[in-house]
Design a protein around this ligand. Sequence first.
Ligand SMILES: [Zn+2]
Length: 439
Amino acid sequence: MLIYGRLFGRLFYDMNTNNRIILRGGTLVHEGKQTVADVAILNGRIECIAPSIEATDNDRVFDCTGKIITPGLVDLHVHLREPGFSRKETIATGTAAAAHGGFTTVCSMPNLEPAPDTMENLQQQLSIIERDAVVKVLPYATITRKRRGDELVDFSALKPYVAGFSDDGSGVHSGEVMQAAMYEAAKCGGIIAAHCEVNELLRKGYIHDGEYAKAHGHRGICSESEWAQIERDIELAAKADCRYHVCHISTKESVALIREAKRRGVKITCETGPHYLTMCDQDLQENGRFKMNPPIRSAEDRDALVAGLQDGTIDVVATDHAPHTADEKSRGLELSAMGVVGLETSFAVIYTKLVKTGVISLEKAIDVMAEAPRRIFGLGGGLQEGEAADIAVFDLDATFTVDPTTFLTMGRSTPFEGWELQGECCLTLVDGKIAYEKR
Ligand SMILES: [Zn+2]
């Protein structure tokens, strides 16, 4: 809670309103169960959860009958692009998109200009967050200065202000540097969130090195480029006794390595994205909206990720929301920038493709999208009296076709374009304030 106090203490709103919000008759989904109840929110906090709460004339009442009420979703992996790349996204547009998707906290990746590698550089981002964010934004600091992979940042100085440490966008090439980083992180109780990628194995690839690449004459990225670095880091993390979180895993070998490391007691967690769980390289088209790093892999990899989600090897679903300009995404598979948007489709993709089909339960979906990220990163919150009112309301019966022109993000490139999905966010509250309301 220290982090929230420092980072978010001044961010949010006029708390002096006496007007309560009452969420009436929804089904609360949290901590592995479903309960029908009313929720009253006052002064930014959950005042009361009870079978029936009486409203006064001053209360704003939302009829949530037939809808679900969840802890606000948390996305551990987003690119908000500010400072430095506001042609792609801003903190204002990225957090508006987050609220639209039911997210109340997002963790922003540090491939920025300047990169958050000193307090001074981090402060530039914190100032924009304070001014423009409509959901809570917790930045990552880099692991190394300018993400160059050599000189370490000052872990203990940055730790109170960040979610963790990541050089996301690139792997940390040197095992020695990563080992030293892990000792530093362990010393101050920080988490390393690793983008695992071995540069020498990339060979100018840009989609998965599989059947589609062969059939269409594309250069592939082999699975080993991801899992070889995870394999290395597991040993380093075990040695340093460091909390180690693997970003966006995409291969079946990564799942197997992490499953085994957890069995050994290594302090390891990991995330994967909705697109890796629901697509394979046979779904690719000759369009930049199917290009991201790591790439969408084979059907076997997809199935291994789903099994990893089911058995708890994969802790978290995170979007890797990575907006680019229309021009940057218009150059086909080979030449487009890597990255797709995800904040406004994530819940509906998981609900439609994994929950409705019986692959995972609704309670599990809420765990991996809201509760597990809070536990792993120590964020606090949840649907409890006295906690901050960070809450999302979803209409599971509402269907929609994914139409990027309706997104609030500046990015328009998504492999889910045209998908028919079910499960729409209708209300997002951040510290009791309406961050998104469906009109
Ligand atoms: Zn990454």
